[in-house]
Write a protein that binds this ligand. Structure first.
Ligand SMILES: [Zn+2]
Length: 146
């Protein structure tokens, strides 16, 4: 298997336009930006999915995403809002299988949008929500620091 593109970028074998870097995380300009200022955040350690990262690596990505967001808001790009998007798995739209988060500055009328399917007006029955929550809760792990 050839090394994945984000691993190549993380170790400097493939050029990128860096925005931020530390021991754990790299943030760089998307090569094909959806909007001006579109940034990708990757963990330097290869993991296909967010759920395969250790807690510290996942947290590091979020902390850097927040810092990138603050920098975008202070910048002269004048974006109005930001989408933070992490697609975990092919069916979710992931196409590079090294966990990454898109930070996409939004501008009025930029033409980009997330499509949510039509949903029923009626709220889901509370008992059905509870049955679904039970299936999830039994696999929930406590946070290491709580
Ligand atoms: Zn990789």
């Amino acid at each position: 298997m050839p090394e994945c593109i984000f691993c190549r970028i993380a170790r400097g074998a493939q050029a990128c336009t860096k925005v931020y870097e530390d021991d754990s995380v790299l943030a760089f300009m998307d090569f094909k930006p959806i909007t001006k200022g579109h940034i990708l955040i990757i963990s330097k350690k290869h993991a296909e999915l967010l759920t395969e990262l250790d807690d510290n690596q996942a947290a590091d990505m979020i902390v850097v995403a927040k810092k990138v967001g603050l920098a975008l808001k202070k910048s002269k790009l004048n974006c109005h809002a930001i989408n933070y998007i992490l697609s975990d798995g092919a069916e979710a739209g992931q196409n590079i299988f090294h966990a990454h988060m898109h930070v996409i500055p939004r501008y009025r009328g930029d033409g980009f949008g997330l499509r949510m399917p039509e949903r029923d007006e009626e709220e889901e029955d509370e008992k059905r929500l509870e049955r679904t929550a039970i299936k999830i809760r039994k696999f929930m792990e406590r946070r290491a620091d709580s």
